[in-house]
Design a protein around this ligand. Structure first.
Ligand code: AMO
Length: 435
């Protein structure tokens, strides 16, 4: 008997060969003279066929008693059958129940009975058994692997920065405090300060893919309290250089999913289009000029310096219709580490936008310690608590730029999913910390 095979490794040309399959009982269909057991594994389905007159009656009795979603081993002979999934069936010679599943099931894995997202997330282990949900996580894996390869090929070094920190990095966004022995610490909002310190350390180009924790009280379909950020920082470059890197990465991710995840895209019932580079760049000032000319009650008069609301993002997305950058934001609307341009009111900064939402933000950074200290001060923060960061700027800090890209937002927009929670195994939001 052969070693275990995945359902996707077998094809009709193997007719007559023996095979061992392991997986879950997806469905049992008893049609009287014939019974079908559909076995499911990570790669798909296999039809196990029991022609009742020809099969050992004891084997048939075992099969009839197996509950749905039990874990089984099936040994049998491969036979071509055009009507079956992948064009083959297995005529069983032995079935072992490795672990029976309880009934009733918390969710229906066949997709015949729909369930709310909350119910699905409560039983995520069973939800992910559905091929269209598993497909999302196979694509997530592809996006992560492609990102790592892309950044390695571009000379970036992977770093791991602490997730328990003493200071805020992003100013505006709220922090999760934790008890750290006898003092207060926080969960990290961003690797920002540490990736910049690594520019002072001479690593030149670094990347990190890691969780970021945001205590935002946003109960929306595009915010998480624990998200995954793809962060880069590079020395001796300007913000245009890192925008080019970012648009190249986005196009590379779409290409690798389109070409390398055909089955997953088909399980999701979608096709994706690779965005064309270079992406359009519009300045913040052009964006608000356009928005202020709109006759839309959701978009009231925007004052220069305001952040752009979701309604504004939607309007710009509708107008442009593809990925684009909003560049040169008001200095006051960006974090203290963002470099002002020659006009101190305007910063060398950008947001990467999908027509539906923001995907990334980044900028040229301030590398002069005096300017940085005064910006921290001007934002109402205490420079003393940033001393560990500022020190790195006193002893040879090169000019540098970088960005942070939200992995979940890339995935939800690429796959046209409504809710960001769909692309996270165990999402953390205002209402959910378990499972
Ligand atoms: P920013 O705060 O804009 O920038 O975050 C970067 C990207 O991370 C994603 N993101 C989120 N995704 C889901 N839920 C959230 N609550 C959430 N918060 C952020 C978004 C966002 O565009 N230090 C800078 C980056 C840099 O300049 O290098 C930063 O953190 O997709």
């Amino acid at each position: 008997m052969q070693e275990r095979r995945f359902t996707g490794e077998i094809n009709p040309s193997m007719t007559g060969e023996k095979a061992t399959l392991k997986g879950w009982v997806h469905e049992i269909r008893d049609l009287g003279g014939i019974m079908f057991l559909i076995l499911r594994d990570r790669e798909g389905f296999a039809q196990i066929t029991f022609p009742k007159k020809k099969i050992d009656p004891d084997l048939l009795e075992v099969a009839k008693r197996i509950s749905r979603e039990s874990v089984i081993t099936v040994k049998g002979t491969i036979q071509e059958d055009k009507r079956a999934p992948n064009g083959y069936e297995i005529i069983p010679e032995g079935i072992t129940v490795l672990n029976p599943a309880n009934s009733p099931l918390p969710l229906d894995t066949t997709g015949k009975v729909g369930a709310e997202l909350d119910t699905r997330l409560d039983s995520r282990f069973m939800d992910i058994r559905r091929p269209e949900v598993l497909a999302i996580f196979r694509i997530r894996d592809k996006v992560l692997t492609t990102t790592r390869n892309f950044l390695n090929e571009h000379g970036f070094i992977e770093i791991n920065t602490p997730k328990i920190v003493a200071t805020a990095t992003e100013g505006g966004t709220a922090l999760f405090p934790i008890t750290y022995f006898n003092r207060e610490a926080f969960l990290s909002q961003s690797p920002q300060l540490f990736k910049q310190i690594m520019m002072g350390a001479g690593l030149d180009r670094v990347w990190e893919i890691a969780p970021i924790f945001r205590a935002e009280e946003h109960d929306t379909t595009r915010h998480l309290n624990e998200a995954t950020s793809i962060d880069i920082e590079a020395s001796f470059v300007d913000y245009e250089d890192v925008m080019v890197l970012l648009e190249d990465l986005i196009a590379t991710l779409y290409t690798s999913v389109k070409e390398g995840c055909e089955k997953s895209l088909s399980d999701l019932g979608i096709d994706i289009e690779v965005p064309k580079t270079p992406f359009k760049r519009i300045t913040y000032t052009e964006a608000i000029d356009h928005l202020n000319g709109m006759d839309d009650p959701e978009i009231s008069e925007i004052v220069w310096g305001d952040d752009l609301s979701a309604a504004c993002e939607h309007e710009l997305g509708r107008l442009i219709g593809e990925h684009y950058f909003i560049i040169d934001w008001p200095t006051g609307s960006k974090p203290y580490y963002t470099r002002p341009s020659r006009n101190p009111e305007i910063s060398l900064s950008f947001d990467l936008m999908h027509p539906r939402m923001e995907l990334a933000s980044g900028s040229q950074r301030i590398h002069e310690v005096d300017l940085l200290t005064s910006r921290i001060d001007a934002m109402g923060l205490n420079p003393d608590s940033f001393e560990f960061y500022l020190r790195a700027f006193r002893f040879g800090m090169p000019p540098h730029a970088g960005w942070g890209l939200g992995l979940e937002r890339v995935l939800m927009t690429m796959l046209a999913l409504e809710n960001i929670r769909e692309v996270v195994l165990f999402p953390r939001d205002m209402k959910r910390v378990s499972p």
